[in-house]
Design a protein around this ligand. Structure first.
Ligand SMILES: Cc1cc2nc3c(=O)[nH]c(=O)nc-3n(C[C@H](O)[C@H](O)[C@H](O)COP(=O)(O)O)c2cc1C
Length: 207
């Protein structure tokens, strides 16, 4: 795949095959992440590779992270969220809320997930830059994986309610979590593209 094809065909994957992902492949994607552009070359990102066995132990926590977020939503937010989910290709039955809850619990049966974190920033500017650096690293990682036929889903949802619990589990209570990314060979491939806005409506300066 050339770069543009990789970018244009990548989709978030929420159901994976049992097939394990080799250490070699995981290192390859982490190397890609590590080559991301980064402010002042600080490279603030860190990664924890979580294998399926450990993910099984996190199921209750991950599902609770979803349920607690729902419980906290007011009626309007809940309806908006539900509408957004309706347009997303989440594997499962008709009820997209249930499908998403199940995805949070199982991470689509991904053989592995990567937890990304940075140091707690010592200034607002540092925080502003670190999040962008980490996001660039994540995008490199998921595109490198996709070019190999390996799917992923960039997830922040689980960190909203259960970030502190995850930090405790992985002994990184003094760090800032950025994302959790299940990775594996897609079970459903390719999936439908979710609706994308027209970039022309969001751009000024070109005819
Ligand atoms: C910062 C960020 C956080 C996200 N968090 C979640 C998440 O918690 N759960 C989830 O299923 N998808 C999550 N996603 C994936 C988006 O839902 C997905 O990218 C979007 O629906 C567009 O679909 P596509 O990736 O297939 O183009 C996240 C993506 C980003 C960039």
């Amino acid at each position: 795949m050339d770069t543009m094809e990789t970018i244009m065909t990548r989709r978030s994957i929420r159901k994976f095959k049992d097939t394990p992902l080799s250490e070699e492949k995981i290192w390859k994607y982490l190397e890609a992440a590590n080559m991301a552009p980064t402010a002042s070359n600080r490279q603030p990102w860190n990664f924890i590779v979580i294998q399926r066995e450990k993910l099984e132990n996190l199921q209750e926590l991950l599902e609770a992270s979803f349920k607690e977020r729902l419980e906290d939503m007011g009626e309007e937010d809940y309806q908006n969220y539900k509408e957004r989910l309706e347009k997303m290709p989440i594997p499962g039955e008709a009820d997209q809320i249930k499908n998403m809850q199940s995805f949070f619990r199982t991470l689509g049966n991904a053989p592995v997930a990567i937890l990304v974190y940075v140091d707690e920033p010592d200034s607002e500017q540092r925080g502003f830059l670190d999040v962008q650096d980490a996001a660039a690293a994540i995008e490199n990682l998921i595109l490198a994986a996709w070019a190999d036929g390996v799917g992923s889903c960039w997830m922040c949802g689980p960190l909203v309610k259960k970030g502190d619990a995850l930090k405790k589990i992985f002994n990184i209570t003094d760090k800032r979590l950025i994302a959790l990314i299940p990775l594996g060979y897609p079970e459903t491939f390719p999936v439908k593209t979710p609706p994308k806005d027209d970039v022309k409506d969001k751009t000024r300066g070109l005819p």
